[in-house]
Design a protein around this ligand. Structure first.
Ligand code: SF4
Length: 287
């Protein structure tokens, strides 16, 4: 497929066979199929192998500090709510260094898409256990195997009343694309955790392992949070699909309810002097 969202001129700094390639392709196909204008899209990432993904997409992008994609995405969305803002990164970056931001992004329910490539290991820094590494997983650092309980992003998001919670496996291409599309069309914070193998530093959670240890949810009521939580808590095999989706007031709707409380940066964006005046007024009122 000739996809105009992938930058052909950019070398992809990933190992041959890395699952990140598959996610890059799926995300770009979804952007193409949803006909989202490039000028409306902003991708934000932090540090890690997955965080390189926005570099390879022909969209507006910002690459920030380790674990800090979500606060930057929040700032961008607040400055211009009309933009489609996506925070993308790996399990280490988003749930480890960025763990606190993850909790607050769910609670705020800002209208953004949150894509997390989950390979259960830190790839860029050569194979340490990440928050989602499974128990007994041995690395050069965790020589006796991981003893911590793996972080469960889906059950955490559900417990904070997230408005869209999903998991996919990148080898299930059409299924993953369906979920990505639903996440882009959702009004509110949308988490999609995508399994992808690291073929160099995770010899346990391989393509075969993910296939054998996951299944696609059938006949699941996505409006039933208790059922979603029950399925999120079950692991080995891991369920894949949209676990939960609800309509909930977004952060933007809660904050800028009326003309009086409308976003000063956004409403005055074409008038620089007025923007400065409003900025001073709002900034000084917090001092
Ligand atoms: S180290 Fe792992 S995650 Fe990083 S590029 Fe290689 S295969 Fe992918």
């Amino acid at each position: 497929m000739n996809n105009t969202f992938i930058r052909p001129e950019t070398d992809k700094a990933w190992c041959p066979g890395c699952g990140n390639f598959g996610i890059l392709n799926l995300v770009s196909e979804v952007l193409e199929e949803l006909e989202l204008g490039k000028q409306n899209l902003v991708f934000v990432s932090g540090i890690g192998q997955a965080s390189k993904t926005p570099h390879y997409l022909d969209v507006n992008m910002y690459n920030g500090l380790h674990g800090r994609a979500l606060p930057v995405a929040t700032g961008i969305k607040m400055a211009n709510p009309e933009l489609i803002v996506v925070a993308e990164g790996g399990d280490g970056d988003m749930y480890g260094e960025g763990g606190n931001h993850f909790l607050n992004a769910v609670r705020r329910n800002l209208n953004i898409v949150h894509i997390v490539h989950n390979n259960m290991v830190y790839g860029l820094t050569k194979g340490q256990a990440s928050p989602t590494s499974q128990r007994e997983f041995k690395t050069k650092v965790q020589v006796n195997g991981v003893s911590n309980e793996p972080f469960n992003p889906l059950s955490v998001a559900l417990s904070l009343n997230a408005s869209f919670v999903a998991r996919a496996y990148m080898q299930n291409k059409e299924h993953t694309k369906e979920i990505l599309k639903a996440a882009f069309l959702h009004q509110g914070y949308a988490l999609i955790d995508i399994f992808q193998p690291c073929v160099v530093f995770n010899p346990v959670n391989t393509y075969k392992w993910f296939s054998e240890n996951s299944y696609i949810l059938e006949e699941h009521d996505t409006a039933n949070i208790m059922s979603a939580m029950e399925k999120a808590m079950q692991t080995h095999p891991f369920a894949l699909g949209i676990f939960y989706q609800q309509e909930r007031k977004t952060f933007e709707e809660s904050l800028w309810k009326s003309e009086e409380t409308s976003n000063p940066l956004y409403t005055q964006k074409h008038d620089i002097k007025e923007m400065q005046k409003q900025f001073d007024k709002y900034t000084l009122s917090y001092l």
